[in-house]
Design a protein around this ligand. Structure first.
Ligand SMILES: Nc1ncnc2c1ncn2[C@@H]1O[C@H](COP(=O)(O)OP(=O)(O)O)[C@@H](O)[C@H]1O
Ligand SMILES: [Mg+2]
Length: 450
């Protein structure tokens, strides 16, 4: 990366020279303007990383008004640019007000070189990491947009790169006629993904039939999947069509596949191998063309090891695995989803946003949907507060403390580093730690920093 550029706006050439010598020793390039107008026009022309500005530019003035006006203009035109105010001690109180108004720091004249350098180095690193993150966000948004243009995402809402990667895989495999296994915890959106795969497949015009393998008693599974002739079992007074027949020319979605009992597993394997089956109580075979998508929250490899799931069936179903992460592992999805479920008549207050981001969402998107629908009914004002969400008390308290929490745990740190894309200054700022404190904690907790 090229040297950072610092613009000094000060009518005193001695100040500009002293600063430029100091900064050149630390690989910062300095440019200089001696009037506010000159400084503003340099900002239009050059890519400046940081401004150091004086508060008075006309001889014998000490009011600081010129500096305040300059600062206000810079903030308006370049909202993200860090600005350090160089101020005489007599104007300390107005400098403090300006810092509250968004100045990054103030330094008293005569300045202390070490303090000034530390502030400059910190602000430049923070500013650059913000730029990196902004560029990355823009790139993420572009690729998410292109995914939305190329595929039918069935109204699914997402913003997290992890979700985008998963969706992009799902859409790519949708066209191929291969079985897909969707894995992920309850409420994460597995059924949504199954319908997206169907909507982008060659059989999108065909039926989409769902079987919940967990909801059926084992003796009914066969009749459900393959159908039965009249009288095939007690209570079967009429012939019935099974789900495989119903899904012919389309997609059969086998939800909770880990709950399929052993006899069902065996029968299913046979159809998948041959495409042929017969109704219960019938001798004649039927042939169907069905795209099979299955989903589970179970650890199928562990079930194979303990003998409760057939390994051969697993390989048949799991030609492609689409792994849907829990909501907590794709934090950028939380607020967009919350707004979707909250509807247009309410908005989220800042404390509610903090509480939503801190909660771990064991019930994933389904739980978030319930929480937001309840808040929508119960909130008395249009701006929903943390209290309206009714999240477990420990979490709500943690959200409030979280902002000033000086002891984040390993999980908080990993999450912050991930969100910051490994940019230490950004993660530290988010955690309210100094960079050094964050380094110490990652070392102590054995956390990799990138
Ligand atoms: N990304 C999403 N955008 C919008 N709604 C979603 C999203 N993910 C999940 N949902 C909703 O959350 C609920 C749970 O999703 P579902 O697909 O049933 O989860 P799973 O099958 O993994 O248990 C459903 O009401 C679903 O419509
Ligand atoms: Mg489900």
């Amino acid at each position: 990366m090229s040297n950072a550029i610092i613009l000094v706006i000060d009518d005193n050439p001695a100040v500009a020279t002293a600063l430029s010598v100091l900064f050149s020793l630390h690989d910062f390039d300095t440019i200089h303007a001696d009037t506010p107008e000159g400084g503003l026009s340099m900002l239009e022309r050059r890519d400046v990383d940081l401004v150091i500005q004086d508060m008075n530019f006309t001889e014998d003035t000490t009011s600081g008004e010129e500096g305040e006006a300059l600062f206000a203009t810079i903030r308006e035109r370049f909202p993200d640019l860090p600005v350090i105010l160089l101020t005489a001690w007599t104007q300390l109180s107005s400098a403090v007000d300006l810092v509250k108004a968004g100045a990054s720091d103030y330094i008293g004249k005569p300045w202390d070189d070490r303090k000034l350098l530390a502030s400059v180095a910190n602000l430049i690193e923070l500013g650059r990491s913000r730029q990196v993150l902004k560029a990355r966000d823009a790139a993420d948004r572009r690729s998410q947009q292109s995914l939305r243009e190329r595929f039918d995402l069935c109204g699914m809402v997402f913003a997290d790169p992890a979700t985008e990667r998963m969706l992009s895989l799902a859409c790519q495999v949708a066209r191929a006629d291969v079985p897909v296994l969707i894995t992920g915890p309850n409420g994460a959106g597995k059924e949504c993904i199954a319908s997206i795969i169907q909507a982008n497949s060659a059989v999108k015009g065909g039926p989409f039939v769902t079987v919940n393998c967990g909801a059926l008693p084992s003796e009914l599974i066969e009749a459900e999947l393959f159908g039965a002739e009249a009288g095939a079992y007690t209570g079967a007074s009429k012939a019935r069509q099974g789900k495989f027949e119903a899904a012919d020319g389309g997609t059969l979605f086998l939800d909770e596949i880990g709950n399929l009992p052993p006899n069902g597993q065996m029968k299913l394997l046979r159809v998948l191998e041959t495409g042929r089956f017969s109704r219960l109580g019938s001798n004649s075979e039927k042939q169907v063309k069905v795209r099979v998508i299955s989903a589970t929250n179970a650890d199928l490899p562990a079930m194979i090891r303990d003998g409760s799931f057939r390994e051969d069936l697993f390989y048949r179903l799991n030609v492609i695995e689409v792994e849907l992460p829990p909501l907590a592992k794709r934090p950028a999805d939380i607020l967009p989803l919350a707004r979707l479920f909250l509807g247009d008549e309410h908005e989220l207050g800042p404390d509610a946003e903090a509480a939503l981001m801190h909660y771990r969402w064991p019930g994933n998107v389904r739980e978030l949907k319930n929480v937001m629908q309840r808040a929508r009914l119960l909130a008395s004002r249009p701006v929903v507060s943390a209290a309206d969400l009714g999240l477990p008390a420990a979490t709500a308290a943690a959200a409030v403390v979280g902002m000033a929490d000086d002891d984040p745990d390993a999980q908080d740190i990993r999450a912050a580093l991930e969100r910051a894309g490994g940019v230490i200054a950004q993660a530290a700022a988010e955690l309210g730690l100094s960079r050094q404190a964050l380094y110490r904690r990652t070392d102590r907790l054995g956390i990799e920093r990138s």
